[in-house]
Design a protein around this ligand. Structure first.
Ligand SMILES: CSC[C@@H](O)[C@@H](O)C(=O)COP(=O)(O)O
Length: 366
């Protein structure tokens, strides 16, 4: 998507410099920094410390980690070790395991001499496929927005609430939850986006708000606790969020706080949709609450917040007593029964085993 007049992806291979480049998201919205990732450790740190984040982008970054490592050492030992090192960086987003498995499965039977070139092509393919999936998700989600717009007065905006950042910065391009919003705006449908700030790391305030602002989308930043109130007063027509892992039965794991939005949406009869590319589906799991590993992050992310100081410096301040520890589960699970539908690249389906099986019959495990 555009940053100023220039089109950017969240990750890309620079052919001239022969290096993988990312936008270091820790500094947004205050500073736009592009950094190079070279060593396997660079990639692992970038994922673990959230220079890049968002399930699809984590997967794409891991794919490039394998391809760059294959240039240095294309042995089986290196392939397996890279899989292990990358896999342990973040536990919840299934796209990480998916991308690593794709890379290993396609490389392991090739002669070592051919692996680097093949890995490079495959990592690029994973990125291209993500972009195309998200574009399709946008077109499919647009149909939902169109129906809501049709019931409104001419010129009246469709109010959409989103949580965390499931925007283009969380994918390679377009975003999942945001793609229908951009497609609606392109189709001339007025949309207004309620952006949850998304404590503790404030991906909504720092990333989604920046994306919306950069694209001239009508939006307003709200505290995480405001959603229920806005829903009760008719100010939200639709909720669209992303997901880090969705089970084969339609349970949706996403950024902490998503479950509470789904409960409030249900209580107020507001449609609650989840946008996801198929690599985010974990076909091996059924019960999301019982089975999905939830990342527990450093308590400092709760007791402190990052922001721009009055003197313009970007820094961190503590918001609680010195002795208060922070508890930081990073994701929660919204049971399928609270999800109106899943917006995928193949279409929209019920959040259920049957709904997913209808769209992805070849993936159903016996
Ligand atoms: C299209 S991204 C979907 C999810 O990955 C997104 O909603 C999310 O929760 C990101 O969490 P993060 O901890 O910032 O990686």
């Amino acid at each position: 998507m555009k940053v100023g007049a220039k089109h950017y992806r969240s990750i890309w291979y620079d052919d001239a410099e022969q290096v993988v480049k990312i936008i270091d998201q820790r500094w947004l919205p205050h500073e736009f920094r592009v950094v190079n990732l070279k060593s396997r450790n660079d990639f692992a740190v970038a994922i673990r410390d959230m220079w890049v984040r968002g399930a699809p982008l984590i997967g794409a970054t891991a794919a490039f980690a394998v391809s760059e490592e294959m240039k240095r050492d294309a042995s089986d030992a290196s392939l397996n070790e890279t899989w292990e090192i990358l896999h342990e960086t973040r536990p919840t987003a299934i796209n990480l395991r998916w991308a690593l498995n794709e890379m290993r499965a396609r490389l392991k039977d090739l002669p070592e001499a051919d692996r680097a070139a093949a890995a490079h092509i495959l990592a690029q393919q994973i990125c291209e496929e993500d972009v195309e999936c998200n574009r399709q998700i946008g077109l499919n989600g647009l149909e939902i927005i169109k129906k809501i717009a049709a019931a409104k007065k001419p010129g009246e905006a469709v109010n959409i609430l989103t949580h965390c950042n499931a925007g283009w910065l969380a994918t390679v391009d377009w975003g999942t939850a945001t793609s229908p919003m951009y497609h609606a705006a392109e189709a001339g449908i007025p949309v207004h986006i309620w952006v949850d700030e998304t404590r503790p790391r404030n991906q909504g305030a720092q990333l989604t708000a920046w994306e919306m602002d950069s694209h001239g989308m009508s939006h307003k930043l709200i505290v995480d606790n405001a959603g229920g109130h806005l829903m009760q007063h008719g100010d939200v027509d639709l909720v669209i969020v992303g997901t880090d892992r969705t089970t084969s039965h339609g349970d949706v794991c996403n950024k902490i706080g998503t479950y509470l939005k789904a409960l409030a949406a249900r209580d107020n009869n507001i449609p609650f949709y989840v946008a996801l590319p198929s690599p985010t589906i974990d076909w091996t799991l059924k019960d999301g609450v019982a089975e999905i590993p939830i990342e527990e992050r450093d308590g400092d992310e709760v007791t402190k917040v990052w922001g721009k100081m009055e003197d313009g410096r970007v820094g961190q301040i503590q918001i609680c007593p010195d002795g208060t520890p922070g508890g930081n589960p990073a994701f929660d699970v919204t049971p399928a029964r609270l999800v109106t539908g899943l917006i995928t690249e193949r279409g929209i389906c019920d959040a259920s085993a049957e709904g997913l099986a209808e769209l992805f019959p070849e993936r159903v495990l016996n």
